[in-house]
Design a protein around this ligand. Structure first.
Ligand SMILES: [Zn+2]
Length: 222
């Protein structure tokens, strides 16, 4: 080694642009998640779903205008999104479900508890995940124990590579909660709130598949 290399008199501080570039790289790796694996590497797990199209004469916001054909289109997209995890949601059936005649609440649009209390649990499926569609409510969708409830007019921000069918994206997001996934800040992720991103990282796929197998009553994968 040349003695000149150890001569610190010639040392100069790094250029400001170099420091900025390094900072950007640190930020990138802090928010970057490992890309999802190809679905070809997974054994397909199929979960059944029963869709209820909510109807109500007294509370118009509960009455969805979605049709059976629309639901099938939505689930084609849901399954395209979830194919990255090797999980498929199969429609066990689609029915119209009359909401309970509970008194309308002035601000019920913001109240998910009110919406949930208007849904008759006696009509739920014994063998499938229940997903109810309503016309309008405060949140785009919610799940805190059955059923999943999805609004047919969600508000959301578009992100690069996001889903063009907002109701399908909300449905896929809520099914992520059914599979115990938590919210994520990364906008392009399926579990980001109020966005239309669809990506899942390797850990989320692993966790979702584990939960899906538990729902099926099978042993989790090693
Ligand atoms: Zn959510």
């Amino acid at each position: 080694m040349s003695l000149n290399l150890l001569n610190f008199k010639n040392w100069r501080p790094p250029h400001l642009l170099f420091i900025k570039a390094c900072s950007l790289m640190v930020v990138f790796f802090a928010v970057w998640s490992p890309p999802a694996l190809s679905s070809e590497e997974f054994t397909l797990i199929t979960l059944k779903v029963r869709v209820h199209l909510m109807q109500s004469a007294s509370n118009k916001r509960l009455s969805t205008s979605l049709t059976e054909g629309g639901i099938k289109t939505i689930f084609e997209e849901v399954n395209r999104i979830w194919s990255q995890a090797g999980i498929r949601f199969e429609l066990e059936g689609i029915d119209n479900l009359q909401a309970l005649g509970i008194p309308e609440k002035r601000w019920y649009i913001k109240d998910r508890n009110w919406v949930k209390s208007a849904i008759p649990t006696g009509e739920f499926s014994a063998s499938a995940i229940d997903v109810c569609y309503v016309k309008d409510m405060g949140p785009n969708g919610f799940f805190y124990g059955e059923p999943v409830v999805v609004c047919e007019k969600p508000d959301y921000h578009k992100v690069a590579g996001g889903c063009d069918n907002p109701v399908a994206r909300v449905t896929a997001h809520e099914l992520g909660h059914v599979l115990f996934l938590q919210h994520r800040q990364e906008w392009t992720n399926l579990m980001a709130s109020g966005k239309n991103g669809i990506s899942l990282n390797a850990q989320e796929i692993k966790d979702a598949r584990k939960r899906a197998l538990e729902i099926l009553g099978r042993k989790p994968e090693a």
